[in-house]
Design a protein around this ligand. Structure first.
Ligand SMILES: Cc1cc2nc3c(=O)[nH]c(=O)nc-3n(C[C@H](O)[C@H](O)[C@H](O)COP(=O)(O)O)c2cc1C
Ligand code: SF4
Length: 443
């Protein structure tokens, strides 16, 4: 069955979808509940307007449109997409790398997008190649991720004559999908990050300028190229325009991936997920390298970069993980910190020694008593000296998580220091990857 959700004008062209609707990337899925093949995808969104952007003037127009749209990367750092495209386009024979690894354990949005709308991502990659005059596209997914099979099927459907996309499977480590780690893996087969500068957009795969974009960023690019900047800005806020995919998990009734306008009230997003499954205590924003906020603060904020910043958090990779009141936020954080310490590539001192030390100190906080008081003092100094000192931002994320836990769970922290740890510590609530089941290391 072909579904053309968007109305056709008399000349047969598709009209743009309602700009005010937050159903953009997931529109097809919400309507049909199945993955869209190429013909269904084209019937929905219209043909890929790549020839519009094929020459020098066209490229300049596309870059200007992305700038005007205000699209920011959806892989976590929120970097302006137009600025990165422009930097790469200045170099010779660029390469486009599509980051579909999704190393963040509480995020499922990239996997969901590649499952239900792979052609939106591939369209975005082809357009990014057109905008930068790149001749090579590489799509990276985690080695253990079953998404590789449907993605390969979607690739087989792409029209001949289009720039081919090479599918590469990357070791399933947390930091293996950091951008310099991807370049290093593609160059040497070792998925550990490298020092910057140079950044991949300056010197990446085979020494060429390399655009590394998250899959969701490219899917938005595919729509911006079709419908324009004004359409994109029909949803969202002035500083955070458009929609975002957000993974809602933890203690909610219907955990899953939702599409929402940026700037939407967090309470509304939780409602979409059926609301908290039990009394909520706190919400973790941005995954395991993100920020805890107490539930009463979190539900009154909005999901945008500027609103979360004002509340003392960061958007990061859009995800809301709800912690129930019965759990111990300090114990949960200690477990996650241990996981993050284990995911260090063990190349930089602050990360190799600092993260296990922070995890040890957090474990001491959970146990309470005199050792906890010493651990608290050590943490206050360690957390201020680690950020910005690794080759990649992995330790910064762990520190952000630890520092926010000490603020968010301050009353619990006082109770633990007074020798009254909470009962919730014995019942883990947050998911962690199964370490025994993880294939491969760094190569
Ligand atoms: C430890 C670490 C892990 C990362 N993992 C991912 C990932 O799984 N997927 C992703 O898109 N970006 C990830 N990033 C961010 C990438 O380095 C890069 O900024 C991103 O792919 C750029 O895409 P964007 O501009 O579209 O957001 C990670 C960064 C760090 C520091
Ligand atoms: S900061 Fe940590 S994860 Fe990043 S490169 Fe250094 S040791 Fe590896």
């Amino acid at each position: 069955m072909t579904t053309a959700r968007y109305p056709r004008a008399a000349d047969g062209r598709l009209s743009p979808p309602d700009p005010a609707s937050p159903r953009r990337l997931l529109a097809g899925w919400l309507e049909t509940r199945r993955s869209a093949g190429l013909s269904e995808h084209r019937a929905r969104y219209g043909p890929l307007p790549v020839e519009r952007y094929g020459d020098r003037n066209g490229r300049a127009r596309l870059l200007a449109t992305v700038d005007a749209a205000g699209l920011r990367g959806r892989g976590g750092a929120g970097f302006p997409a137009g600025r990165k495209l422009r930097a790469v386009a200045r170099g010779r024979r660029p390469v486009v790398v599509v980051n579909g690894c999704e190393g963040e354990p509480v995020s499922g949005k990239d996997h969901a997008l590649l499952t239900v709308a792979p052609h939106l991502v591939l369209d975005g990659a082809v357009l990014a190649a057109a905008a930068t005059d790149a001749t090579e596209i590489i799509l990276c997914v985690h080695r253990d991720d079953p998404i590789a099979a449907p993605v390969a099927e979607a690739l087989a459907e792409r029209p001949s004559g289009e720039i081919p996309v090479r599918l590469v499977r990357v070791p399933g480590r947390y930091v293996a999908s950091e951008e310099s780690a991807l370049v290093h893996f593609l160059e040497t087969g070792d998925a550990r990050p490298t020092a910057k500068p140079p950044r991949p957009f300056e010197r990446g795969v085979r020494g060429r300028p390399t655009l590394i974009d998250n899959v969701e960023t490219l899917a938005h690019l595919a729509l911006i190229a079709r419908y324009g900047a004004e359409w994109f800005r029909g949803c969202g806020t002035k500083d955070s325009p458009g929609t975002t995919l957000v993974t809602v998990g933890g203690s909610v009734t219907r955990p899953g991936v939702y599409e929402t306008a940026l700037g939407a009230p967090v309470a509304e997003i939780l409602d979409q997920a059926g609301g908290p499954a039990e009394r909520p205590q706190a919400i973790l924003f941005g995954g395991y390298g993100g920020t805890w906020l107490p539930a009463p603060t979190a539900v009154h904020t909005r999901l945008s970069d500027e609103d979360l910043r004002a509340a003392g958090a960061a958007l990061g990779v859009a995800s809301l993980t709800v912690l129930p009141a019965r759990a111990c936020g300090l114990a949960e954080t200690a477990r996650v910190l241990r996981y993050l310490a284990g995911e260090s590539a063990r190349q930089c001192g602050p990360c190799m020694f600092g993260l296990p030390a922070i995890a040890d100190d957090f474990t001491a906080l959970v146990l309470g008593g005199r050792a906890a008081a010493q651990a608290e003092r050590r943490l206050r100094s360690r957390l201020s000296i680690i950020p910005g000192r690794g080759a990649c931002a992995h330790p910064d994320g762990a520190v952000r998580l630890a520092a926010s836990a000490m603020r968010c769970f301050a009353p619990d922290l006082r109770a633990h220091l007074a020798g009254r740890p909470c009962a919730g510590a014995a019942h883990p609530a947050l998911p962690l990857p199964d370490w025994n089941n993880r294939s491969g290391d760094w190569t």
